[in-house]
Design a protein around this ligand. Structure first.
Ligand code: DP6
Length: 351
């Protein structure tokens, strides 16, 4: 079933609130194969995207909620990361709470203490906001379930994805395994700009044991936030052509995932990664997020592939780190030919 915004709207705060409640949830990370780059309205994507869900890199979050005597205008909360108060992340969480008020007004009726932990190094520059907002969205919908117990499983899943989007676009895809599609595509049934969905076919088994090993060329805070990058797409000279391309790439990528066409999967995944960075390099202002070693690693991956025929490829997000994608059965070869020869930390994840 396709939900619309009004299906998720809740007009008022229920009268009966639980005084004190603790809710925990966890959510996976994801890496986009077809990239979301550019948005409109309230966190709506310019084009559809497709991602692998990464099950090892998770965020685990617990919220301690205390009912207030009177609902507050803005949500009162404090965010702790690995037991330490982490104010740097609070503005983005405040934005999330503001965006979701129409859809979960009861969040203002509580005081929130939020404790979060990642199963991967936070400074690693991998999409911690995606798993983080997805976990928080689950907590909100779990709370909603306590107040409105009649919700269906389908509603639950879609509402989590819908709310997560209002924290960070890519968080909308941090849901089920192995692949998620986000964004309305006229040729793909049930797709929506509002939330992500699973494909309506089984992903070919060659992709079920895929690895994503992230080479941390650069640790720490991103130099240009994704949000700033998305905004530059509004006036980008290649906007229209990129949009059209992403719609085509989405169809092609899903076809390759369905049929197990690894060769074309590799070609398209790399084209999307390079295309994303090409958009950044041709925006105004332009910016270059790749480091010299990003390029070196990319070229080494291609060299390994050409010399040995091993099905290994790369993708990139909005940063210098390289995501190395390959099936599990060649893990030893990739270790020997690539990881043992570089000096950066590598985080191993899998689909
Ligand atoms: C390059 O989801 O981080 O990783 O919606 O502003 O929070 P906001 O942006 P974000 O953008 C991710 C961009 C990307 C591509 C992708 O994940 O599809």
């Amino acid at each position: 079933m396709r939900f619309i915004e009004s299906d998720f709207t809740i007009p008022e705060i229920p009268k009966q609130l639980v005084a004190q409640i603790r809710i925990s949830a966890s959510a996976p990370s994801n890496i986009a194969l077809v990239k979301y780059w550019g948005k409109q309205g309230l966190q709506l994507p310019m084009n559809p995207s497709v991602s692998f869900t990464l099950n090892r890199s998770k965020t685990l979050t617990t919220a301690d909620l205390t009912a207030l005597n009177k609902a507050s205008k803005q949500v009162l909360f404090k965010f702790y990361f690995d037991q330490k108060h982490y104010p740097d992340f609070e503005p983005k969480i405040a934005g999330f709470f503001k965006n979701i008020q129409k859809f979960a007004p009861f969040v203002t009726a509580y005081q929130w203490q939020i404790y979060s932990h990642n199963t991967f190094p936070h400074s690693g520059g991998i999409a911690s906001s995606a798993s983080g907002f997805a976990a928080l969205a689950k907590i909100v919908v779990d709370l909603e379930k306590q107040l409105y117990p009649q919700q269906t499983e389908e509603y639950y899943n879609k509402k989590v994805s819908f709310l997560a989007r209002l924290g960070s676009g890519s968080a909308t895809r941090s849901m089920a395994s192995p692949v998620m599609i986000w964004g309305t595509h006229p040729q793909i049934k049930n797709t929506s700009d509002l939330y992500a969905v699973l494909p309506n076919f089984d992903v070919h088994p060659v992709f079920s044991n895929f690895r994503d090993s992230i080479v941390l060329v650069e640790k720490g805070q991103k130099k240009v936030s994704s949000t700033a990058g998305h905004n530059l797409m509004t006036k980008h000279p290649y906007k229209d052509i990129r949009k059209q391309q992403a719609f085509e790439h989405t169809l092609q990528m899903l076809q390759y995932l369905k049929t197990g066409d690894v060769e074309n999967f590799i070609k398209l995944t790399e084209a999307e990664a390079l295309g994303l960075h090409a958009l950044m390099m041709t925006s105004d202002p332009d910016y270059i997020l790749m480091q010299p070693d990003t390029l070196k690693i990319i070229l080494t991956i291609r060299q390994i592939r050409h010399q040995t025929g091993l099905p290994v490829c790369f993708t990139l997000d909005a940063g210098a780190n390289v995501h190395v994608l390959y099936p599990e059965n060649i893990v030893n070869e990739i270790e020997e030919k690539l990881f043992s020869k570089i000096y950066y930390d590598v985080i191993h994840d899998y689909v």
